[in-house]
Design a protein around this ligand. Sequence first.
Ligand SMILES: Cc1ncc(COP(=O)(O)O)c(C=O)c1O
Length: 359
Amino acid sequence: MSRPARAWLDPEALRHNLAKVRERAPGSHVMAIIKANAYGHGLTWAARTLGGVDAFGVASIEEGCELRAAGIIHPVCLLEGFFAASEIPLLAREGLIPTIHEPGQVTAIAATRVPLEVWLKLDSGMHRLGFPLEHGNAVFTRLLEMPGVSKIGVMSHLASADNPFDTATDVQIKAFLSVTASWGIERSIANSAGVLGWPESHMEWVRPGLMLYGMSPLIGRQAIEFDLRPVMTLESAVIAVREHRKGMAIGYGGEYVCPENMPVGVVAIGYGDGYPRHAPSGTPVLVGDTIVPLIGRVSMDMITVDLRRRPRTRVGERVVLWGRGLPAEEIARHAQTIPYTLVCGVTPRIPRQEIGDGH
Ligand SMILES: Cc1ncc(COP(=O)(O)O)c(C=O)c1O
């Protein structure tokens, strides 16, 4: 028997969530964001499962080339563009579409004649990547005149769309539209939060990531409210059940002290697998059919749980850390992080396994 920790991947859920994107943004093309190993789900697995999308978005040439090597023929956008002019021939050869966000990249493209599609990135308020809006017209005109540029789209990124009450999103959308209105090219600004919360952000292309994986990007809103299904279920098993006496301290630092005689379960998952080290006592863990609280510090390979609510738990019983039956958003809230970091952080030693017969 191998260690029971697994990330189960549900391809039907991934396709279902894509259908939800299409329902929400029926007039838009979909660029599925699968950077960072498809948010920890597996780059090529996600790309193959999402064959029905119009394009993919990744962060690096390496990710783009991995997709091509796996036989993926969709348009692939590099969200950070290229990092050196010497990479341009490879981009052209592999048909990868760079985002152009800084002057050095414009200069590099001007010097090349290989035909290249590009996405021009404008900064509409995130103040991370992109040309300032007031420079947009000049850069766009320059790119239009370049023989090496065969097609141009224009994109920007929303900084605060996860908060439905933040007026900055409206300001960003309006500013982006006003600068690009007369350009007559495809535009894109919506991430998952834009898709779900800001219909006016949809435009010609939407770029969802998190919602495809079945998690809610909107503060205070659950994925289930949008009929999104978790794609990843991080699972392991109980590997020991102990009876501890009142006053016994559990785990590193002895931070949790048993308030009474009680059963404590040990589960084979820890920060070495990507379970958040800073998840505090009280973080929910699904043991069999019962939510029980994590107690004590998270170790590298194990966590301990309070089994008073489920005293008959046996070694070998299934445990869900997040996913089906226990939303990752809830674990993120307890661990004071965001669901993105949980799924992205699942380490390579966790086997990714597609849900199939018998699960
Ligand atoms: C440029 C860009 N577009 C789209 C996305 C997708 O965002 P989300 O996962 O919130 O949908 C990201 C993710 O960080 C991004 O960097």
